[in-house]
Design a protein around this ligand. Structure first.
Ligand SMILES: Cc1ncc(COP(=O)(O)O)c(C=O)c1O
Length: 392
């Protein structure tokens, strides 16, 4: 397997403080930010200290505006289709609860749907009388498109899919699901929380109405940030579940109007420094290029997967051909927490995905799994070291 070129690894590592002091394989948790992302935030926080928070926000209007245009470039959409939210879950909520669904309306999702999304679907099914079908994935952990087609009924309104799950690294066929949703006139809500920043995302090709994500994972942005894409052509049909003095304009004592664009889903108060930081993170990714990023992350993900599969003491859980930078595994003779500790003691960050947070998937097997997640700034040498420690 030869490494893809096109990426200036020395420079990227020089711009990633502390990446030489540890091996960070927890990018699916929260990646190391490029220095510019941290510096932009600190500089805005200093400005807030110096001249006041509102005054600093006024001065940083262009940087805040860049948030929308940068995401528009990343996702191939219009800046007016982007909203800033505090995390991916809130972005998902904003989209889902803006749909005018009535009792009896039917929603389809898959068994690898992110836990918080699924719990909110369950909650809504219980309290609003919505019908919910959960498609089982195939033996490779990929959503079964025939099962999806078969599940569609006359009252089906929405398909929810998680592009790259939290507890397994298989990239789901988002475009194929989009084609089915369009064919049947269904709303399509894609959770791209783990895929944003590691694979190319093009909302036109995917055909989703909504796409939500977070800043801190593969986008390498700050914690406490998220974003929502909402398709312009359908925006007028969407009624935010809650509004404030930012999402609507108060016209007279008894009337108001919704913002005309996706910012109708935003809050008035926000962490401006973090928003500017996330815009800088997206700019950083755009400079490298989404294709180059995807090539390298998937190359390293495959190397990690195959290196783990070669270890007799390790069970690797991904079986599909469509691997991301996330690989899950268990050491046969050690529980997941001890394995994580072993790696951490050697300066290697990983995480544990818990069965209780993936009841439809890992939970059925009563399994907690180790999760190692590589980014483009990681190296082959780090994978070698990781394998050596894991086998010790
Ligand atoms: C697939 C997926 N969706 C959504 C989320 C939630 O993201 P946030 O914590 O930003 O709400 C996560 C977090 O791990 C995730 O892995």
């Amino acid at each position: 397997m030869s490494a893809p070129s096109a990426i200036d690894l020395d420079r990227i590592r020089a711009e990633t403080p502390h990446c030489e002091q540890l091996i960070h394989f927890n990018n699916a948790g929260s990646a190391l930010s490029p220095s510019t992302v941290t510096e932009m935030q600190i500089s805005h926080l200093n400005l807030e200290q110096e001249i006041g928070g509102y005054e600093a926000a006024d001065r940083a209007q262009a940087k805040q505006a860049r948030f929308y245009s940068a995401f528009a470039e990343l996702l191939n959409c219009q800046p007016s289709e982007i909203a800033f939210l505090e995390n991916a879950t809130r972005a998902w909520h904003a989209a889902f609860h803006a749909l005018e669904l009535k009792a009896g309306d039917h929603i389809i999702t898959a068994d690898m749907e992110y836990a918080s999304n699924y719990l909110d679907l369950l909650h809504s099914a219980k309290h609003r009388g919505l019908a919910l079908t959960t498609i089982a994935s195939d033996q490779d952990g990929v959503v079964d498109l025939d099962a999806l087609r078969a599940a569609i009924r006359p009252n089906t309104r929405l398909v929810c899919l998680t592009h790259v799950p939290s507890q397994r690294g298989d990239i789901q066929p988002a475009e194929e699901v989009g084609a089915i949703a369009r064919e049947h006139g269904l709303w399509y809500l894609l959770d791209a929380c783990q895929s944003a920043g590691q694979v190319v995302l093009d909302v036109e090709r995917i055909g989703c109405d909504f796409l939500c994500g977070t800043g801190r994972k593969y986008l390498r942005g700050p914690r406490g940030t998220g974003f929502l894409y909402a398709r312009n052509s359908r925006l007028q049909e969407l009624v935010p579940a809650v509004v404030d003095l930012h999402s609507v304009q108060w016209i007279s004592a008894g009337s108001y109007s919704l913002r005309p664009d996706a910012t109708r889903f935003e809050n008035w108060e926000r962490n401006v420094a973090a928003m500017i930081g996330l815009a800088a993170a997206v700019d950083y990714a755009l400079k490298i290029g989404s294709e180059a990023i995807e090539r390298r992350v998937r190359y390293l993900g495959r190397l990690l997967h195959d290196s783990l599969a070669d270890c007799h003491n390790i069970i690797v859980h991904e079986r599909s051909q469509n691997l991301s930078g996330i690989v899950t595994f268990n050491r046969r003779d050690m529980d997941a927490d001890d394995t994580k500790r072993l790696l951490n003691t050697a300066g290697i960050n990983t995480s544990v995905s818990r069965g209780m947070n993936a009841q439809l998937d890992l939970g059925k097997k009563g399994l907690d799994v180790n999760r190692a997640s590589v980014h483009y700034y990681n190296t082959e040498a780090e994978i070698e070291r990781f394998i050596a420690v894991l086998n010790s």
